[in-house]
Write a protein that binds this ligand. Structure first.
Ligand SMILES: Cc1cc2nc3c(=O)[nH]c(=O)nc-3n(C[C@H](O)[C@H](O)[C@H](O)COP(=O)(O)OP(=O)(O)OC[C@H]3O[C@@H](n4cnc5c(N)ncnc54)[C@H](O)[C@@H]3O)c2cc1C
Length: 520
């Protein structure tokens, strides 16, 4: 087959990259290992009659310009907003319901001061997020690069320098401090700190007391759905509907997509990548090879070892990696009834957070460090079938349980512990919503090992590498490899392991394609 570019992996970033390359005039082939495209953004049947977003489950980071460029709505994408953002039961029998106009009054029931502080918190995070959004749309400068990178560094540094001094200080805090330190600077009551601090431990095997954990607090203001900033939503049909729409857009742009086509290795002549070999031994050549796979898998297992220097391989082996995430999809015969608010209502359409304080989250982490997993895990539950009747039979429901902390490198592997971990998670939900267990018809449990086996997420890392200052911007995935260019000529990275990182944003894929088309 005669192609200009091969994209290894049909995750959402691979599809976005393929689309922009095709629109730039390239003949593009996407090779996906699984029988379905989408990577971690996919919808699958997990119990007969019950479908759900298998891994990622909530939409808010996808760049609206990518939705518009790829015309995803015309290709079937429809996003609904949830009436409330979060519902958090507290230990004293109360709850915090966040979202809409009533957030302030809801917070005031715990602390008048916290209610007054929320607008200032959001304004200050937003000031930082605005600049980071701009940086997220551009290839970062490469420290080993040429004059173009110097210009890029000056341009991007200039945007940061123009920030008011308060925003500069806030940015420094967010990148270096713990979530607790930042939140303590604004709030006094546990529930609001827990609702906001939850973002800091998502996919991050860390405590809210870990320095640098504050960075992901920005997700609170980063989201945007249907033109509404700070909003998260649900794609009708689940996250797979996003990537199926992307696949249709790709095919419309002339991209060829092959599923069940695992790539075994990248082929190179000298120091130039010029093709791939599939697991079945067949070979395909192209001048542009773009990888959507985790950078560790690419550089340690797929690129010929003799084309990389030993120091680089050793450093990549130490790439900080591994989420403490355990994901369960549950088929339910009935809706859960939470002890603190038992009647069904719109609170069930929100992200339900079972973790009432930062202390609880810290204990969940220290527990996992000591025992392999949290005895009282941090659980977020979403019930997408309440806003999308395509997922479950009438009158029945599906729930996504997104749980932390579960040691990605547990001794003996997760086969030995998976069932016990599921029991712990179900106990946690049962304690908050008595009767939950009885309503479970079936489930699919994905421990960190399963996320790696099913999706190729090395170490179960949901972001293709830790999102900390040492692995962001010009250092993503590693200093000297910024700007999507890998150490072999003709080899590029377009997945979450590249700037600006993980989440269903499409930005790494779009930025990589632009860089490749510019021929940098
Ligand atoms: C449990 C979980 C929950 C999450 N929740 C959210 C959420 O709610 N919202 C959000 O925005 N983000 C969420 N994320 C993060 C987000 O889903 C990921 O960061 C993002 O989907 C990664 O996209 P990607 O295209 O970069 O890579 P991936 O989705 O990992 O795609 C890589 C693709 O490459 C394929 N591949 C791997 N090896 C090969 C090979 N050898 N040959 C061919 N193909 C190969 C894989 O099969 C896969 O399709 C979550 C992730 C997980 C795992």
């Amino acid at each position: 087959m005669d192609v200009d570019a091969i994209v290894i992996g049909g995750g959402h970033n691979g599809l976005v990259c393929a689309w922009y390359l095709a629109r730039g005039g390239k003949r593009v082939l996407v090779l996906e290992r699984r029988g379905v495209v989408g990577g971690a953004a996919v919808t699958e049947e997990f119990v007969p009659g019950f479908r759900n977003s298998t891994a990622s489950y909530t939409l808010g980071l996808l760049d609206p310009r990518i939705i518009a460029d790829m015309n995803l709505h015309a290709h079937g994408l429809s996003i609904v907003e949830r009436p409330y953002a979060n519902f958090l039961p507290t230990d004293d029998g109360r709850y915090l319901l966040m979202g809409g106009d009533q957030s302030r009054a809801a917070i005031a029931r715990f602390s008048e001061g916290d209610a007054a502080a929320l607008p200032d918190y959001e304004r200050r995070l937003d000031a930082v997020a605005r600049v980071l959004r701009m940086l997220a749309d551009r290839a970062p400068p490469d420290v080993g690069g040429g004059p173009g990178d110097v210009a890029r560094a000056i341009n991007q540094a200039w945007r940061l320098l123009r920030l008011p001094i308060e925003a500069k200080r806030d940015a420094l805090d967010l990148f270096t401090r713990s979530a607790r330190e930042v939140l303590d600077g604004f709030f006094e009551s546990d529930p609001i700190k827990a609702v906001l601090g939850f973002d800091a431990v998502v996919g991050n095997y860390a405590s809210p007391d870990t320095p640098g954990s504050a960075y992901v607090l920005l997700h609170h203001v980063f989201g945007e759905v249907n033109g509404k900033a700070g909003q998260w939503g649900h794609a009708i049909g689940g996250m797979g509907a996003v990537t199926q729409a992307m696949a249709r857009a790709c095919e419309g742009a002339g991209v060829t997509i092959r599923t069940d086509a695992p790539v075994a290795r990248v082929l190179a002549t000298g120091k130039r990548a010029d093709g791939v070999e599939l697991a079945d031994g067949s070979r395909i050549g192209a001048r542009i090879i773009v990888s959507n796979v985790h950078p560790k898998a690419l550089l340690l297992y797929m690129v010929p070892p003799d084309t990389l220097d030993a120091g680089l391989r050793a450093r990549m082996a130490r790439h900080a990696n591994g989420s403490g995430t355990f994901r369960i999809n549950v088929a339910l015969s009935a809706l859960p009834r939470f002890a603190v608010l038992s009647e069904p209502g719109d609170h069930l359409k929100s992200g339900i957070i079972l973790a009432p304080s930062l202390d609880y989250m810290d204990r969940a982490f220290t527990d996992a460090r000591a025992h392999g997993w949290s005895r009282r895990p941090i659980v977020e539950m979403l019930i997408p079938s309440l806003v999308d009747d395509s997922l479950a039979p009438p009158g029945q429901h599906v729930a996504s349980l997104f749980c932390q902390h579960f040691d990605p490198a547990i001794t003996g592997g997760w086969d030995m512990h998976r069932d016990a971990a599921v029991a712990t998670i179900f106990d946690t939900v049962e304690a908050a919503a008595p009767g939950f267990r009885q309503s479970v018809i079936g489930h699919l449990a994905l421990a960190p090992d399963d996320l790696e086996a099913r999706f190729g997420l090395v170490g179960g890392d949901i972001f293709h590498g830790r999102m900390s200052l040492d692995q962001l911007w010009s250092a993503r995935p590693m200093l000297g490899m910024a700007g999507y260019r890998m150490p072999l000529a003709g080899l590029w990275l377009c997945g979450s392991g590249a700037h600006p990182g993980g989440g269903v944003s499409g930005r790494p894929g779009r930025n990589a394609a632009r860089t490749i088309l510019r021929g940098r």
